[in-house]
Design a protein around this ligand. Structure first.
Ligand code: NAD
Length: 294
């Protein structure tokens, strides 16, 4: 039986670990705040008290942590994954981090006798719970194939997009599109409300035409209700738009709309809304329009 260590049991990592248990993997879990470990133990996982204990017997180590520095600390830090896992173990980082950090982690892993792939995900909390995430995987072909059974237990679309770091580059493009789409949906909703139109009816018809998109399908109802429980936190999308803008700059590519939405996400965060769902961009549109509802 394949033993999978899951490190990071937040909004995404916890339901991903639950789906691995359901798929029949032997799952060992670790999280910085221990109550999350307990919740997974109740669902059939084995709990660990630190990273070293979590990865000691693991064939696969799945990390689902907030940012680049967190993944570096867990993988490269003293008593971390590279210090403690079995030689040959496969590292699968599903966090969204900087592509250059993923490349460095893959090199460090390989130099110490491990295999590593970057496998960031899209689909949000709902996708993690339903086990139908879209997963963009960077790494050596044979390592990606070795990771596939684990990835297919948490996702329904698993695509190898290129060498180490490529998964993160594709995820950055994903975050550019998602942020821009949320901003446009937010602007459309505030615009419709200002005209006194029935927004729910409007969303229904918009969703059936060329303007149809997943943000309308999945987030518009909550946006209309001003319900911004995350989901995906503004703090994390702000981090991702930092990755997008610097990666675009490195490539010499102009992303004028992306740069604007990065500024808007930063402003929303500076206004104290970092822990709300990213669809709270609507609050900023209201504010800019003199139509503040909170
Ligand atoms: P989260 O903040 O809910 O969860 C992160 C978890 O990691 C927390 O439980 C935290 O306690 C734990 N953690 C942090 N540092 C740790 C450490 N050193 N050791 C052990 N545990 C540690 O974040 P999330 O929403 O689950 O997102 C995780 C990653 O997935 C991020 O990179 C995010 O950008 C990405 N992502 C999130 C979503 C989403 O919709 N939430 C969707 C796709 C991708």
């Amino acid at each position: 039986m394949t033993t999978v260590a899951v490190i990071g049991l937040g909004i995404m990592g916890a339901p991903m670990a639950a789906n691995l248990i359901k798929a029949g993997f032997d799952v060992v879990v670790y999280n910085r705040s221990p109550e999350k470990v307990e919740q997974l133990v109740e669902q059939g996982a084995r709990g660990a008290g630190d990273v070293a204990e979590a990865v000691r017997e693991a064939d696969v180590v799945l990390t689902m942590l907030p940012d680049s520095a967190d993944v570096e600390a867990v993988v490269l830090g003293e008593g971390g994954v590279l210090d403690s896992a079995r030689p040959g173990a496969l590292l699968v980082d599903a966090s969204t981090i900087r592509p250059d950090v993923s490349v460095r982690l893959a090199e460090a892993a390989r130099a110490r006798g491990f295999r590593a792939v970057d496998a960031p995900v899209s689909g949000g909390e709902a996708g993690a719970v339903e086990g139908n995430l879209s997963i963009m995987v960077g790494g050596e072909r044979e390592d990606v194939e070795a990771a596939r059974p684990v990835l297919e237990a948490v996702g329904s679309t698993v695509v190898h997009v290129g060498p180490a770091g490529s998964g993160q580059t594709v995820k950055a493009a994903n975050q550019l599109i998602v942020a821009g789409t949320i901003e446009l949906v937010a602007e459309a909703l505030v615009f419709l409300e200002a005209h006194g139109v029935d927004t729910e009816a409007a969303v229904k018809v918009l969703a059936g035409g060329l303007a149809g998109n997943r943000i309308l399908d999945r987030k518009a109802a909550n946006m209309i209700a001003r319900e911004f429980t995350p989901g995906f936190r503004v703090d994390l999308h702000h981090k991702d738009l930092g990755i997008v803008t610097s990666a675009a700059r490195e490539a010499g590519v102009a992303i004028p709309l992306g740069a604007q939405v990065a500024q808007l996400m930063g402003a929303l965060r500076a206004d104290g809304h970092g822990s709300l769902d990213h669809s709270a961009l609507l609050l900023l549109v209201e504010q800019l329009s003199g139509r503040r509802t909170r």
